[in-house]
Design a protein around this ligand. Sequence first.
Ligand code: GLN
Length: 392
Amino acid sequence: MPQLSERTKPFTDSIIRRMTRIALQYDAVNLSQGFPDFQPPEALLTRLSQVCSEDFHQYALTWGSKNFRHALADKQSRFMGRNIDPEQEIVVTCGSTEAMMAAMMTVTNPGDKVIIFSPFYENYGADTILSGAEPIYVPLHPPTFHFNVDELEAAFRQRPKALILCNPSNPCGKVFTRQEFTIIADMAEKYDVFVITDEVYEHIVYTPNQHTYFATLPGMWERTISCSSLSKTYAITGWRLGYIIAAAPVIEAARKVHDFLTVGAPAPLQEAAVAGLRLPNSYYDALRQTYQQKRELFLSGLDDLQIPHTTPEGAYYVMLDIGEFGFQDDLEFCQVMARDVGVAAVPGSSFFREDIHHLVRLHFAKKDETLYAALNRLENLRKNIPYRKETV
Ligand code: GLN
């Protein structure tokens, strides 16, 4: 057999998605891969049932159907406080997964460097490698997940082409402050760097934190490629609807990449999702409250069990400190936990560049009853997972 490409060798399959398969194998409560187990808003479901008998079964326009782009531009203009042009400043993609990949291929040449904050959502590493670029990792130091300005500037001095900014952050739940953004923006300008954002949790932010769209910082519109999706906001991760918003010249190039990667996002789903994009602001307020309540429920349950954990400012992930169990290999810990406790988590090492293996990630985008079921099982954590003294 001929040799396969070198390109795929430096990374494994997604550990997040592997953990979902392991959860299924052991019938564990799956708090690993982040997706809701509750229904999308009624308005989307009603519209979805209608579109099947309407004329949306062939390709939509490659960069997104007109209805969808206009509804998205209306909604994002409202939240970003800037008028987004649906004809020139949007490309609709198959999830933000494609948006990020397309953004990376739009701005980097093989050999270019890209700054990634660590811990990071695992796709960014693979996206960088697949586009032939080289990651420079800058740590977000636990437990506050602040970056060190000197470490960041040292990365900028290596003349990267882009910086990836996940805000609110997966997996650490950090919401960048305006002050932190100003530091990043100043460096992006000084070193002439693009900023690629991943803002899929833009509407899941806990009081008193606020989401700031990096593109809206003074002077940043021209160098920011904003990626996001409808997956988390409307509980439709399986619909695969994402997008890039950026200045017209960037979008012109990104549309070409998108066109040849996937042609387009599913036409009937774009049409049905317009009903979500047209929801009033009260929907987003209610969404925030729902997640605020889920965070309190889950975190107070962990406190009752005396399991040490982070407190997210945004997104729906929490990292548990499993140091007390003495495992060297956090993937093994997650496998044992799925099998012997019945709760699936993601090993922290799949997010950290640093040698950190005492954290695992759980998410709480689940019905309350699912979260209670997980907490009930976690009561057996210490009983069912004995301390590994041979590994300390
Ligand atoms: N963003 C989610 C997570 O981090 C799911 C990602 C995915 O599997 N596409 O778990």
